[in-house]
Structures are given as C-alpha cells and as structure tokens.
Design a protein around this ligand. Structure first.
Ligand SMILES: NC(=O)C1=CN([C@@H]2O[C@H](COP(=O)(O)OP(=O)(O)OC[C@H]3O[C@@H](n4cnc5c(N)ncnc54)[C@H](O)[C@@H]3O)[C@@H](O)[C@H]2O)C=CC1
Ligand SMILES: NCC(=O)COP(=O)(O)O
Length: 333
C-alpha cells in the first residue's frame, strides 16, 4: 500500500491542537510514514505553526489529497472554517471554536467512511466548547459512534507498557455502578479482544478489573464482582477469550505493566487513565475500538494553560499518527 492518507482534525483552536499538529507534521519521521491532511482553519494553523517555531508552508487542499511526493515542508489543509483570531483567543472555551471542531470531526469521519482517507487522528477538543455550540456529545468517541452508526464502541488508551480499555467512559462517578452491567462488561471484553487480535497481538491476554476494593471482599464492600463482573468474565472465557478476573485494581497494574497482560479492562475512566498516564503521559494514544474506521487521538486535552506558549509536547500527537499509519497499513493486508 502507498503511504496512507490520514485526516488530522485540528481540534479546539483555543487549545494546543494547532501547535502540536504543526510540530508533529514538521517531523520528517511522521511524513515518511503517512500523508497527513489537516482538517481545520488557516488562521489558527498559521498561528500554531508560528508558535511551534517550525518551517511549514500551508497548501490549500479543498478537494486534493497530499501527493505521494509531497514536500515534508508543506502542510496540506482542508479549510473547513474561517475563524477570526479575536474570536478564538487562546486559553478559554469558545462557541466558534466548539462549532468548528465539530465540523472537522464530521468531515474526517465522512472521508474515512467513503474511503477517501485511510484513517483519522484527532487533536484535542474541549467538550464544553462543543456543547456550547449545540453539539451535545461527551467526546469524539460518542460522536464517532453516532456518525458511523456503531452501537458499541470502546475507548482504549495504549502505550508500550500498558493498554487499558473502559467499560464506562465519560460518566459521572456516581452513575458508574448502575452502568456496569453484564452486557456492557462482556461487550467491552469482546471488543477489546477482537480489536487487539486484529491490530495489536494475536492471542491477547486480558485482565478484567473489579469495581470495588479487594474485589468486594466477599460482599462486604459491594457485590458487583460476584453479581456482574465474574459472570461476564466466565461468559467471555466460554467464548474462547483469554480473560482473567475480576481482579483487584490496586495490584493488577503492577503486573500488567511488567507484561503480564496485553490489556486491562477497567470499569471507569480514571481507574484506567491514571495508571496509563503515569506511565505514558508523553506517548500514550487513544484508539476507538469497534468503529468501522480507524481513529486514533492524543491522550491529553486542550491544555489551555499552555496554548500559545510553544511548551506543549507533540509526542502523543506523533504517536497517534504513527499508530494510525500502522493500523491503516495493516488494514490493507
Ligand atoms: N482527545 C481529546 O479530545 C481530549 C480532550 N480533553 C478535554 O480537554 C479539556 C481540558 O482537560 P484537562 O482535564 O485539563 O486535561 P489536559 O490534558 O488538557 O491538561 C492536564 C494537564 O496536562 C498538561 N498537558 C496536557 N497536554 C500536554 C502536552 N501535550 N504537553 C505538556 N503538558 C500537557 C496541561 O498543561 C495540564 O497541566 C477538557 O475539555 C477535556 O474534556 C481531555 C482529554 C482528551
Ligand atoms: N480522557 C480521554 C478523553 O476524554 C478523550 O475523549 P474522546 O474525545 O476521544 O472521546
């Protein structure tokens, strides 16, 4: 396969998205692997290029794709908004920015679905901005599930030493217990197993976490383990999946990070993302599993406190592009 074309959504123009994209695309190791097509805004990207301090010329690509012999000093941009810089100041959510980043994501999903591009990699959005513009989604994950007509998707965050997947994603902690159902645990295990088998390793070994301390301590600290998680793990094992659990979350990560498991199925967002970011803040990648398209993302947010300073690390953006390119190459085999 030729170098895959990857739609790169610019994310929130008031955050670090434009500058980390500029820094990532100025790295010849990235453009050696893929042909990035940025979906975003010219003014915001020019500002990001200046902040990143890199030499990139913007080429407008309204309907063209980056050619195979594209210069590594050219950033191909499909302009989907024309924002004025005074309506997108750094460091705060704006309705204009929220509306624009929604449109970048929708266009990227469309280009993936119709086969124009082989994958999408997303820079961070601010959920408050997107919601203030009337797009009521907790994140990319839920929006992409809807845009692609996918009833069940799973968020995975991945690094060299640890992968975590989540049974519940963007939910208030107080609602987690009622959302941890047999069906949801089992489908998260199954989607994790299927996606890992396809993209990452051939016979994945999964650990499934408990919700409560000490696996519920025989019911003293909760019964979700015996009532819901253990039966879901048993059903997964009957289906031929190598899943262990429920296991206590406090110790499991120690063994998983030493290579004992290929992924850890976690019950809620912070249960998985705290250990993941402790090990992989700089180079972790968020991958949406279960979609009919390839979507990777940075593992961090808009970092409003750093936007415009040039201090933000572009390593997670680079890792997201590398992973999207590898998955796109594998998808064609
Ligand atoms: N993929 C996405 O679109 C994501 C979006 N978000 C959104 O981002 C917004 C801000 O979320 P926060 O919880 O404040 O998390 P955040 O990741 O934006 O910031 C947390 C801390 O990490 C630092 N940080 C983040 N990225 C960095 C980088 N590349 N280099 C160096 N330091 C970095 C920030 O300066 C801050 O101190 C929220 O609206 C959230 O929903 C959060 C995570 C992922
Ligand atoms: N903490 C991860 C996160 O919030 C990313 O969400 P999404 O925008 O990828 O759905």
């Amino acid at each position: 396969m030729d170098k895959p074309v990857i739609a790169v959504t610019m994310g929130d123009p008031c955050g670090i998205g434009p500058e980390i994209i500029a820094a990532a695309l100025a790295d010849p190791a990235i453009t050696a692997l893929c042909r990035p097509l940025v979906l975003g805004d010219r003014g915001a990207m020019e500002r990001g290029i200046a902040v990143a301090g890199v030499k990139l010329a913007i080429a407008s690509a309204p309907d063209l794709l980056p050619p195979l012999d594209a210069s590594p000093h050219t950033l191909y941009l499909r302009e989907l908004s024309r924002l004025k810089l005074d309506e997108i100041p750094y460091g705060a959510p704006t309705k204009a920015g929220g509306d624009a980043c929604y449109r970048y994501i929708c266009e990227a999903a469309k280009l993936c679905l119709d086969g124009t591009v082989q994958a999408m990699a997303t820079a961070p959005i601010n959920k408050e901005s997107m919601n203030s513009a009337g797009h009521d989604y907790p994140g990319h994950t839920e929006l992409l599930a809807e845009l692609t007509g996918t009833p069940e998707v799973v968020m995975m965050l991945a690094g060299e030493r640890l992968r975590v997947t989540l049974v519940t994603i963007h939910e208030p902690l107080a609602r987690v217990p009622e959302l941890v159902t047999f069906d949801r645990v089992l489908s998260t295990i199954r989607i994790t197993h299927d996606a890992l088998s396809r993209w990452f390793c051939c016979a994945p070994r999964l650990a499934v976490l408990a919700l409560n301390p000490h696996c519920g301590e025989g019911g003293m600290f909760g019964d979700e383990e015996s009532r819901i998680i253990a039966p879901a793990v048993a059903a997964a094992r009957e289906a031929g999946i190598d899943a262990a659990g429920p296991v206590s979350a406090d110790t499991l990560f120690h063994f998983a990070a030493k290579g004992g498991y290929d992924a850890v199925v976690c019950m809620y967002h912070d249960q998985g993302l705290i250990p993941l970011k402790l090990l992989h803040f700089d180079d972790g990648v968020n991958v949406t599993l279960g979609l009919p398209i390839i979507r990777t993302s940075v593992d961090h947010g808009t970092a409003y406190n750093l936007a415009g300073t040039g201090k933000a690390s572009a390593e997670s953006m680079k890792a997201a592009l590398v992973m999207a390119a590898r998955m796109a190459q594998q998808g064609c085999q």
